[in-house]
Design a protein around this ligand. Sequence first.
Ligand SMILES: NC(=O)c1ccc[n+]([C@@H]2O[C@H](COP(=O)([O-])OP(=O)(O)OC[C@H]3O[C@@H](n4cnc5c(N)ncnc54)[C@H](OP(=O)(O)O)[C@@H]3O)[C@@H](O)[C@H]2O)c1
Length: 318
Amino acid sequence: MDIKGLYTASETRYDQSEQLYARCGRSGVMLPKVSLGFWHNFGGVDPYERSRAITHYAFDHGITHFDLANNYGPPYGSAEETFGRLMDDDFRSYRDELFISTKAGYDMWPGPYGDHGSRKYLISSLDQSLKRMRLDYVDLFYSHRFDPDTPVEETLQAMVDIVRSGKALYLGISNWPLEPLKQAVEYLRAHDAPLLIYQGRLNMLHRKPIEEGILDFCREQGIGFIAYSPLAQGLLSDRYLEGIPADSRMAKDHFLHPWARTDKLLQYLHELQAEGETHGRTIAQEALAWILAQAGVTSVLAGASSVAQLESNLHAVL
Ligand SMILES: NC(=O)c1ccc[n+]([C@@H]2O[C@H](COP(=O)([O-])OP(=O)(O)OC[C@H]3O[C@@H](n4cnc5c(N)ncnc54)[C@H](OP(=O)(O)O)[C@@H]3O)[C@@H](O)[C@H]2O)c1
């Protein structure tokens, strides 16, 4: 499909709704248990038609939630631009069937106003994001990280005002430690803009949200939890069993270092592979199923560099 406006979503995309969707905390929002992340593979450096094919596959199979951030790319902003192009090319008529998130909190533009947690940064960043994404509003806006130097009320009031202005329907928090998260929950609830969801790194190799009580807190408070980097950027799959493929994130990207491929990891992967075989699952499917089995987890936010990867990942739930 490469002609603008001619994409028609599969009519069977909601056929497996019962297995696919989960309620996000105590809210009215249902999210797919496997959501699609735009951190990698959707930037200006990536082939548009491949990004496009991945999103078509996702939506055709009921994956309605796409997760972005202001600085996803590279270059920064370009994943949102890719999404904006996809909106115009294919998804405009499906806008109300999509749940789109973006974030601000990490470095985005030079100078004192393009980073951290000020009102100035969050509000102008979302305005920029909406332009790049060619949207009037996002479904979900996140504070991408906690900023200890900005009064927490300033960040939170900016988020409340974003919802009031209609530029986001719901609010999310990502990577905040437990204590400020508790403050945020209280503040947002008191200002009638309750926290919908927490986004944290959770996978079999990184269990901090469980160990630090964040997942339990969210569950008790009726807040959804979405696990990012559920495959530890690909480590928890068969990708690196035999070496480092030239087209892999580890070979191409500074976010995943070759030193992560240790003998200990390989041994763990072989054990996981053997266990997966008893359930008829791949390593990646085993890793995703483990996260989804944790009480309080709403969705795994998976990345994919091909349709085949996403297809395989979806089999963790379907
Ligand atoms: N809030 C935050 O601070 C934060 C931080 C990080 C990520 N995120 C969100 O989480 C999303 C996912 O993060 P992530 O990309 O690190 O997730 P991930 O699912 O842990 O890793 C995705 C990568 O794993 C490999 N892979 C995926 N499926 C595979 C399969 N079936 N078999 C073999 N390899 C497979 C691919 O790498 P190759 O490229 O090597 O093929 C793919 O790009 C991001 O897009 C973003 O939306 C949020």
